[in-house]
Design a protein around this ligand. Structure first.
Ligand code: 3SL
Length: 239
């Protein structure tokens, strides 16, 4: 039997080129900060997250009484309850609740992969749990970086490279694309010191300028949770 593939797609606009290869599962990755915040939310008891791409959809949910989180330009959109800081989802008042979330890139990436049956959420904070989940599943997997407005992002690529390298090391997966080789080598260069490696990266600078250093630290610290958020219908839950 042939081994399943693991490949890396750098940004959502490249996704249509990759799905011709018919992957069975997609991992949406937005290390800074959406998928890290989603993991933090489930780790702290949030029961469902509904990812939406646009502010209009978010407003519609808000008008129907939902708790809605909205981030644009790294900040909470005025008129919304929450933004995209992982720490804000740790508040016990959100335990057992459903939260609607829209972010600049992360929720768009999740919704870009609408037509694949299985989608999970990956980040550095749940790295080992995601690798184990995918390794046990043994299906072909596409690692989808959120990027920044469809531009390449180092942190998402490094995380995708870490997942790819872990799966390839088992000997049960193979990859063919140069994007996967590049992601793997970026990960190997960064893995000793994510903070140092990403120091000059565009998104880290963007968040640092907003005084979000604590968020950056949280998001770049691997394996803080074992949760693997999965998509069911139009929402995410803990696997
Ligand atoms: O783009 C996104 O989805 C966000 O994670 C961006 S930010 O970290 O909130 O700036």
């Amino acid at each position: 039997m042939s081994r399943p593939r693991v490949e890396v797609c750098f940004t959502p606009n490249l996704y249509p080129l990759h799905i011709e290869d018919e992957y069975e599962i997609v991992v949406a990755i937005d290390v800074l900060r959406a998928t890290s915040a989603i993991c933090a939310a489930f780790e702290h008891g949030v029961s469902k997250i509904i990812p939406v791409s646009t502010l209009d959809e978010a407003i519609e949910y808000r008008d129907n009484g939902y708790i809605v989180a909205a981030e644009r330009k790294g900040q909470i959109v005025s008129g919304f309850d929450l933004g995209n800081s992982p720490y804000s989802y740790m508040d016990p008042k959100y335990k057992g609740k459903t939260i609607v979330l829209t972010t600049t890139n992360g929720t768009r990436a999740i919704n870009t992969a609408k037509h694949v049956n299985d989608l999970i959420i990956g980040s550095l904070v749940n790295l080992d749990a995601v690798c184990k989940y995918l390794s046990d599943l043994n299906k072909s997997v596409l690692l989808l970086g959120s990027g920044w407005k469809n531009k390449f992002c180092l942190e998402d690529t490094i995380c995708a490279g870490a997942i790819a390298e872990n799966l390839l090391k088992t000997g049960n997966f193979h990859s063919e694309n140069d994007s996967s080789i590049a992601a793997k080598y970026l990960y190997l260069s960064a893995s000793e010191n994510y903070f140092g490696f990403l120091k000059a990266s565009s998104h880290r600078r963007r968040l640092r300028d907003l005084n979000l250093n604590e968020d950056i630290k949280y998001c770049l610290t691997p394996n803080q949770t074992n949760v693997v958020p999965i998509r069911e219908k139009n929402y995410l839950i803990k696997a």
